[in-house]
Ligand binder design. Sequence first.
Ligand code: SF4
Length: 240
Amino acid sequence: MIQLDLEKLNKEYLDKSPEDIIKFVVEHIGISRVALASSLSIEDQVLTDMLIKINPRARVFFLDTGRHFQKTYDLMDETMQRYKFHYEVYAPESKELEQAVAEHGPNFFYESVELRKKCCEIRKVNPLKRVLGTVDAWICGLRREQSLTRQELNIFEWDSSHSIYKINPIAFWSEDRVWEYIKKHNIPYNYLYNNGFRSIGCQPCTRAVKPGEDVRSGRWWWEDPDKKECGLHVRVGGTV
Ligand code: SF4
């Protein structure tokens, strides 16, 4: 794997566009060893647009938990048609999921924090490990503004839990800037955003938020805010 000077790159690319950041990563790491994680959020739609325009052979993956909103699956179809590409799809291991549902019931994620985390582990974290085992860098749509735990986010990071690079090209973008890009390029987006949803994950664990509420307050709303992550984005000192 190529060695990147993260500190230097973070200074050098602070004022550069996300497209410049993506081009650097694709050129230096290689198109087959980089993948964009998409949950079909507005951020991921922006990055999909940029990445596919830079290289139509780019890898974009989707973790199909089996519990997404129908509107998310519809958007996936629409996006595939718009950009004429296919997502790499990673689903939970059937045995693991079958056992958990048989033992705890179909809605076991509501039972306790531990079982909720177990569900995220089976449906998201473990499939993520499989895809990240095939790359040297993953691109994510995380932004500093999204939550207090993301305030320290950098553009170029080392993901120590997967031993690969993690690239956050829009780490410094505001939500307004994301929407400007979506509108300007007429990018398809999940219409749930028009109904008060601001961070969209699995249907049973996502709800709309009121104006002024934290962007991520509609995710796992019944839990303590400190524990509200699915384990996909682990950093030294906690999850983001
Ligand atoms: Fe399970 Fe909810 Fe996590 Fe989706 S967000 S994997 S349904 S606990």
